[in-house]
Structures are given as C-alpha cells and as structure tokens.
Design a protein around this ligand. Sequence first.
Ligand code: GAL
Length: 491
Amino acid sequence: MVRSSSVVPAAVSLFHVAQAVGNGLAITPPMGWNNWNSLACNVSEDLLLSTSKKLIDLGLQDLGYDHVVLDDCWQSPRGDDGYVNADKEKFPRGMKHVSDELHSVGFKFGMYSSAGEMTCARFAGSLDHETKDAENFANWGVDFLKYDNCFHMGRMGTPQISFNRFKVMADALKATGRNIALSLCNWGEDYVHTWGMSIANAWRMSGDIYDSFSRPDALCACDTNNPADPFCIAPGTHCSVLFILNKVAPFADRSIPGGWSDLDMLEVGQGGMTDEEYKAHFALWAALKSPLMLGNDLRIMSPQTLSIVNNPAIIALSQDPHGRSATRVARNTSVPKDEYDIGETHIWSGKLKNGDQVVILLNAANEDVEMSASLKEIFTPSGPGGSAPQVKESWEVFDLWADRMSDANAQAILDAEDQASRSEVLKKLNWYNASEVSYKEGLEKGDERLFGKKVGVVEPRGQWDVLVERHSAKVYRFRQVNGEAGDHDEL
Ligand code: GAL
C-alpha cells in the first residue's frame, strides 16, 4: 500500500507509539460489563457472579468482554478504623471473595468510588481517604477503578484543581504496587480531555448517557450547540447518543493507546431505542474507541441485543492496534428535523492499523437520506482538500454488519441448556473467539470474520453513495484495491 512516510513528520510518528498514562494497561479500549445502566443500586455478589457466568456462556468473554465492573452502592459506612467495607447483606463473603471468583474464571474485577465526600448515591466517597481506599482495592485484587465526581467539596472549577484532586487517587493506587487501571468519571468537567490521559486510562467526557438515540432532555444540561458553552460545568444526566457524539467530536482524536475518551456505558438492549439505533450506538462507540462496557441486564437479553454486541467485525474496530478514534469529517444540519428540532447527518472516518479506513455514515435526520461520502472527505484527516494520497487510490467497500448473527442462531445460544451446548452452537457457526485468536492477530492474518462483506468499489477521487435509513448508520471498512497490508505510523 502506498503510504509515503514524508506525509507525516517523524516527530508525529513517534508520538503514535507513546502510551497515555504508561502503566501498560488498557492498550486497547477496555471491554466488559457494568451494572449501573440497568440495575443501578441493585448490586450483590450473586449479580456479579451470575453475570460473569452469562458472559462466559454467551461467548461474550471470548469476544473480549473481560471486565466485570461493580458500580455504586456496594459500601457500608466508613468504619472507625478509616476503612470502607462492603455491605454485608449484598456481599456476605466480602469483596475479596467476589474478586477471587471472578479472577478464577478469567475476568478482571472493576470497582467504583468517588473523588468526593460521598459517592453519587451518597455512600462513603474516597476524597481525603485515598490511601486507605486504594489499599483496600489492592488487597481485594481490584483491577480497574471507576472514579466518580460527586460531592467534590468545591474542589473543581479549573483543570488544575480537578487534576490535583483526581491525581491523589492515581498516586495512591500506584503506591499500592498493584497495577490498577483508573477510569475517571468527571463527566467532561474542567477540560478533562486535556489532562485525563496523564493520570488515567480513561475519562468520561459527558454527563450520563440515557437510553435515547437523540431526544434532548433538560437533565443533560450542557448545550453542545452553544459555542459559548462547549464545556459547561453542569453535565447532568439523560444525555442521548447523538448529544454525546456531538460533544466528543471536537476532541475525539485525544484518545491514544492506554488512555481513552469514555463515551459512557452502552445502552444496547435496554429497550429505549430501535435495533438500528442500537447498531449505530454500538458501532460508533467501537470506532470512537470508547470503552465498551455492556450496560444491559444479561439475564434478560434478546437475540437482537446479543447479535449486536457479539459482532466481531465491529469489535475489531474498537480493538484495532492502531488505537486512534475515528473523527467526524462531515456534519450536515440542513436535513429534516423532528419535533424536538433535532436532525443531522454525520460522516465519521478513521485510520486502522493495516491501512484500512473505517467509514460511518450516520443518519440522525427525521427521514431516510441519500448520503454520499467522497474520498476527499473520508481522507481529510490524512490531508485537507483532497491532498491525501489515498484519494487517488481505489477502495473496496466492506459492510461490517453484513455477517451479523441471525436471530435464530442468537436465540439458539440464549436457549441452550448448558455451557457445552452453547459452545457447540458457537463452534458450529465458527464464531470468532478472541481468546484463541486475538483481534490483532486476526486482523494481521486477514481473518474474514473481522472484515464484513464486500458491497462495492470506490474509484480514485470517487465517492460512496448510499441510502441511509432514518436513525441508522452504515458502517464500512474501506480496503485499498490490491493494497498490501502494512504497518502505518501516520496519525
Ligand atoms: C454517576 C456516574 C454514573 C454512575 C452513578 C452512580 O455520577 O456518571 O455512571 O456511576 O454516578 O451513582
């Protein structure tokens, strides 16, 4: 494949090999499950252990979902000795037991606290207790800490103040000697995308997601369409998928291996969006390199939900070793709007390790739209105004949803009586298993299960035209015709 190294200065190429916080963790976006979106405070040992079993049985662990993350509400009040222990009713055998059980079946254990006096659900927070809490987390064998922002006692307002507050926990975790990934949850406050990567493996960049594709809600208080207030200080909750995409768009490129913009846990399967909306949500979270934390209750999963989150061709976008987010190369707001005055289309584009390009045409307008993406637009990140060398090449277009698992097969997995018969179904389908062949290896070898189905070709300087249904996204891998796969240091 033609890629002149002179396109990008050497210094920039070197930056590519840098890792964010440098603790060697989260080299690709973390994947797993978190209880908050579906179960909120309804947490228990049984929930975590039965969910971990589901992740194994449904073949999801083997697709890379290897974190089980416990969110808020696990705590009993801070004791006189200064330590917080698990609520005995919810966790009768304590946290170490849960952690050991999860580790014994190959999971990483994620926990939650807040850089505040209290957590958001008003349990004991870690602010000014970082050393003891970090000690506890390390003793329990915690691998990942989601670290929230509620009740911060006024210690925010500038990037430096927030940075200082969160850094105390980063240092306390480091001092334990256990390598614990840190996932900041300060909702994009104080420009966290400019400093999160120096102390953490991920940083939330918006208020809480809710189960809506595009409906605005006053609880998601920041207005990303207001240029005077792009990073307002009351991020709120009930932020839609479209809202979050618009918020991250200007700084999507900040993620690098080891440090990721967190677009929040997935809502796929929660019931508030259509199948097409969930597919768009999932694919964009993958292409934008957000952590992929399932947020649905796995005990009541539909076949459609399973066949969205188990699509290896989409997950391979997330786990691509190049480790760069797709960026938005076009946004059109002159399209039909809904009753909330919402309506727009986007094109997102991003380089992948082997020289392929992920291209997503998102239709958030209020009707079906004929969309076009020109090579000039698609390769804007590699050179403005059509100057990128890729614009002069021919590209084969592969649809990454084409090989989605059928409802019948997904149902067969959900219905199987035991793990052996589930594995049988997955084996028969020859479904991708990243525990056997990592995404990196599969991509290098050209494993066809990661590449979707060819649906056309774009000639040099050409464009791709397609009808995109209302509230859906077309997700493609563009592959250079006769291109040789190779390593690319360009950003
Ligand atoms: C919010 C956070 C949510 C969840 C919740 C728990 O601040 O953004 O993801 O963790 O707190 O109380």
